[in-house]
Design a protein around this ligand. Structure first.
Ligand code: GLU
Length: 376
């Protein structure tokens, strides 16, 4: 398969590693480089794309601000260093993006936030809202509270989870190496860069193990893990060098990189996940008008719901049945069973009044809904 073009993508996550962002000798942000990257991001953003940044650097920056001695840090030390560094990291991103009139929104996530469905959905809707407002979410692991056993530890896999959570169509890992090589390029002059990986085979994984020249925290191994997470959920990924100025412009102009292509597109992969892998916790029975609306690709509104069965919470999977009890589809419901029951059959303004909120009006948003084919 040939490599896609950067401009073909609508929603892009850019992951920036600490070694690119921070000059380790000076302990300072590489301001010139970051300014150039921000200009690239602004260019994509101007083109109407949703852009998210996953940025490392909290521990490294905190370490330098606190003038901690070199050498490995204990967990509590890196947590405290991250607390100091993260403030500065967020301020830096806010400034460089602000220079282009772009608002930056800090999101700190933990492992549980991406693994527990309810927290996952909350984080996802916050990201969705920021993007709707044309802000750029700037995301990092919440290093100050993450404990050793339950943390990502590397932002490669975190970025992949965030990309799939936000239904991004592309994840870009900016690294200190320009892609995946057949062997470690430093010690092997015959090593060649692999421009496109269609599927992550054992052979590809073997190359990751061998490519030990990479300096960043995760190394090539976590990048391949990230590629597995991303591509299996419908997000393409690429690894490119961030050691040059304007790295995104270089990718757009066809510069060296390795693409990991997904066989699926994000919607189908996500919908497969909804349709196949969850235990439905309840049933919503809907009227004939809502059945037609759903089949036409619309969201399910409370007004179309005639009956609510089961004990479910917001974010749980439920079955949607027509008035004749035929299964119409499945989806992730936006309300707890009790609230769903209160607002069934009601118009959107009523829903706001009954629940005293100004939340989403949909009972199931169409992005969270899989509708089966209509009987012939
Ligand atoms: N979350 C860590 C930090 O901001 C970095 C993890 C990584 O380098 O992959 O310092």
């Amino acid at each position: 398969m040939t490599s896609p073009k950067l401009h073909d993508f609508r929603r892009i996550v850019v992951k920036v590693g600490s070694s690119l962002l921070i000059d380790s000798a000076a302990g300072e942000v590489r301001a010139g480089w970051l300014t150039a990257l921000a200009a690239d991001i602004a260019e994509l953003h101007r083109g109407g794309r949703d852009v998210m940044v996953v940025s490392s650097g909290s521990i490294a920056l905190g370490r330098s601000r606190l003038k901690l001695p070199r050498g490995p840090l204990k967990l509590e030390e890196s947590q405290a260093a991250a607390a100091v560094g993260q403030i500065e990291l967020a301020r830096t991103w806010s400034e460089v993006l602000g220079a282009h009139g772009i608002g930056a929104g800090q999101i700190l996530v933990t492992f549980q936030d991406t693994e527990e469905r309810r927290r996952y959905l909350n984080a996802r809707s916050t990201i969705g809202k920021l993007l709707e407002w044309h802000a750029v979410p700037v995301i990092n692991e919440n290093d100050t509270v993450a404990t050793t056993e339950i943390r990502y530890g590397d932002n490669d896999r975190l970025a992949a989870r965030v990309a799939t959570m936000a239904s991004a169509d592309l994840l870009i890992l900016l690294s200190d190496i320009d892609g995946l090589y057949t062997a470690p390029p430093g010690s092997n002059p015959d090593a060649t860069l692999i421009p496109v990986v269609d599927s992550i085979t054992a052979e590809i994984e073997g190359m990751a193990g061998a490519a030990g020249s990479e300096l960043s925290r995760g190394g090539m191994r976590t990048k391949i893990e990230a590629a597995k997470i991303a591509t299996s959920a419908g997000t393409h990924m690429l690894i490119a060098s961030g050691k040059i100025d304007h790295p995104l412009k270089a990718i757009a102009e066809g510069g060296k990189c390795t693409w990991f292509l997904t066989p699926a597109n994000p919607v189908t992969a996500r919908k497969r996940w909804i349709a196949g892998s969850l235990e439905p916790k309840g049933t919503l029975t809907i009227d004939a008008g809502a059945v037609s609306a759903l089949r036409a690709g619309k969201s399910l509104l409370p007004a179309g719901v005639i009956r609510v069965d089961g004990q479910f919470c917001r974010g749980d999977a439920v079955i949607v049945r027509g008035p004749d009890t035929d299964e119409i589809g499945r989806g992730l419901v936006a309300y707890d069973a009790e609230d769903a029951d209160k607002i069934k059959g009601r118009s959107s303004p009523d829903v706001m009044m009954i629940l005293g909120i100004t939340g989403r009006a949909e009972m199931i948003h169409r992005d969270d809904l899989v509708v089966g084919t209509a009987p012939a």
